[in-house]
Ligand binder design. Structure first.
Ligand SMILES: Cc1cc2nc3c(=O)[nH]c(=O)nc-3n(C[C@H](O)[C@H](O)[C@H](O)COP(=O)(O)OP(=O)(O)OC[C@H]3O[C@@H](n4cnc5c(N)ncnc54)[C@H](O)[C@@H]3O)c2cc1C
Length: 224
């Protein structure tokens, strides 16, 4: 067991965790960030499009660029971080919090006075959003497609239907279009896209990607 003692441990190295760790360190606390992924940044790592940082830094950055500013700052502030480390248990012990975390180096035991949970959220599957049918291969969440295309260079298919007209759906549609998906369409239940007008223009209309409003997917059926 590898023992580490800090004032605070931040669980999750996405934008929330990075911001919390930065602020705590600026206030003079000794902080650790524990992240299960290969690198810090959370969802930002796969968001290779720009648009981040306009409010905070006055310029349009990609997700990784935005994350790198915080990561550099953490280094300057002396915040230690662990990646590929999964926090499996948190419990109170003699007035402290004790976190048990698993990593390729072994099992860690972090003791601290405060824990910040910044573990993000999980995308829901078709069944969780009440779309019936069988469970064919080739039904992906937007986050998974973004990860496959942007980080691993793998297309989910040549013909893609995107369900949902929010910002993420539109941004993913543009990436798929640029990567050469042959047939692409976006469907959504509302009368018009739910995302930013900027994304409607720059991700959909500028590329002539077909879309169908007032359309609800009730069932997905397939064999594989
Ligand atoms: C597909 C997709 C596209 C998006 N595109 C945009 C966009 O273009 N612009 C925008 O502003 N927002 C976008 N968002 C939203 C934005 O990414 C989120 O609002 C933001 O990432 C939330 O930050 P977070 O730190 O709370 O969570 P996350 O970024 O999800 O980070 C949480 C981190 O916690 C880690 N973690 C979880 N459990 C544990 C554990 N037990 N131990 C250790 N680590 C753990 C995870 O590995 C992850 O790195 C997008 C979201 C998704 C899903």
């Amino acid at each position: 067991m590898i023992e580490v003692e800090k004032d605070a441990v931040v669980v999750g190295g996405g934008p929330s965790g990075l911001a919390a760790a930065t602020r705590l360190a600026e206030l003079g606390y000794k902080v650790a960030v524990v992240e299960l992924g290969d690198e810090l940044g959370g969802i930002l790592i796969q968001c290779i499009h720009d648009g981040f940082g306009t409010k905070l830094f006055g310029k349009a950055l990609s997700g990784p660029e935005f994350a790198s500013i915080f990561i550099e700052k953490l280094g300057e502030l002396g915040v230690e971080s662990w990646t590929r480390t999964y926090v499996a248990r948190v419990r109170a012990e003699g007035g402290s919090w004790v976190l048990t975390a698993v990593s390729p180096e072994g099992v860690y035991r972090f003791s601290c006075r405060a824990v910040v949970y910044a573990t993000g959220c999980r995308e829901r599957t078709p069944f969780e959003i009440r779309v019936g049918g069988t469970r064919p291969a080739g039904v992906y969440t937007a986050g998974l497609v973004q990860r496959l295309v942007n980080l691993y260079g793998v297309l989910p298919g040549k013909k893609v239907l995107i369900v949902g007209g929010g910002d993420v759906g539109m941004i993913v549609a543009r990436h798929l279009y640029l990567e050469g998906v042959e047939e692409l369409q976006i469907v959504f239940p509302e009368p018009w896209f739910a995302g930013l007008p900027r994304n409607v223009q720059q991700c959909v209309l500028d590329f002539g990607i077909p879309f169908r409003p007032r359309t609800v997917v009730k069932e997905i059926v397939g064999k594989e």
